[in-house]
Design a protein. Structure first.
Length: 120
């Protein structure tokens, strides 16, 4: 069975999430729990760095959808960065590229939060 490990880091008021491995029906609970914990902590600014993500199933995408409304209702967002072509294609085919902002790298994703603050 493919594994998933997730590391967390904080950069200012942004939580960085680093999934490594596969998010599928067997591992999605771990991913969901981490996202839910961020919402419970009122950490509504999240960057998911996909550099080491090898696969995400519809269950993983469902985990993102499960928290995005509450995150955005609290003036936050979930932004994605460092996607491989394979992961990007999964998001694109399912229309998730229209729902989430995707950045080339983590630095750009982090910067987009401070740019949003500057325009408010």
């Amino acid at each position: 069975m493919a594994d998933l490990n997730v590391d967390l880091k904080t950069e200012g008021d942004v939580t960085l999430v680093y999934p490594r491995g596969f998010i599928n029906a067997h591992t999605v609970r771990t991913f969901e729990q981490i996202l839910q914990e961020q919402v419970e902590r009122k950490s509504y600014r999240i960057v998911i760095n996909c550099a080491d993500l090898r696969y995400i199933s519809s269950a993983g995408l469902g985990a993102l959808m499960g928290v995005i409304d509450e995150v955005r209702e609290n003036q936050g967002d979930i932004k994605l960065s460092n996607m491989s072509e394979n992961i990007f294609n999964i998001f694109d085919i399912l229309g998730f590229t229209h729902l989430y902002k995707i950045f080339e790298d983590e630095v750009e994703a982090l910067k987009s939060f401070s740019e949003a603050d500057a325009t408010e």
